[in-house]
Design a protein around this ligand. Sequence first.
Ligand code: FE
Ligand code: FE
Ligand code: ZN
Length: 279
Amino acid sequence: MAEKLHIGCHLSASKGFLAMGKDALKIGADTFQFFTRNPQGGRAKDLDLKDIEAFLLLAEEHQFAPIVAHAPYTLNPCSDNPQTLEFAEMVFEDDLKRLVHLPHVYYNFHPGSHVGQGTEKGIELIANLLNKVLKYAQNTTVLLETMSGKGSEVGVRFEELKAILERVNEPQKMGVCLDTCHVYSAGYDLVSDLDGVLKEFDAVLGLEKLKAIHLNDSKMPFASHKDRHEKIGQGTLGAEALARLVNHPKLKGLPFILETPNELDGWQKEIAFFRQKYC
Ligand code: FE
Ligand code: FE
Ligand code: ZN
């Protein structure tokens, strides 16, 4: 029997975990993503363990897929500024320590921007940070997100992600989150050659490393190295290509997270679309 489609969207964490779980159910989702703190960085709220307990009961009752915690955008593990690196380490460590309260969660982060130091140096700095903080990951799998290649981003080619994973001392705690908008902008043609892209991912990284998908359309053309998400069906990937991706046998069972510019009602429609297309 075909596995169930696990799909959700990015929700605001401000009202807590139980509220996110209930919002997810309301829109037909069985997973979601949230920021571990204000995306601009800053201090994280103390976790409310009662709230988490209530959420976990709800998630179990409704057979949620693993949820995804997203690190703040300002976290740059390959900056040339020592203070920025220190901040990245502090946030990473603190987030991983807090996430021990959630069984089987993913912690997704942007590998960062090397700001002119070069991709090689960037890769080395990212691996250095991971090697300092991975010991704090207990039930958490840390995910490198595939990037579009705007500015001096690292993690654009699958080979760059592989080079990071090769330098990490606990690779079993790591995985990859593939963002459809980013990967298409990076020059991987998910529209005309989905099989080829997945084959390449498998050859370079191994498909078993792929743990989650960010399911987005893109405002920008193929291989543009721009990062502008679009609503499903209104962008350059298109609804049909994304529905094919959701149905790809090699991706079945993964959590799909919408990061499209929507409110709850818009995500509800997108989730309904993919559930209806799912076979
Ligand atoms: Fe992201
Ligand atoms: Fe993303
Ligand atoms: Zn993006």
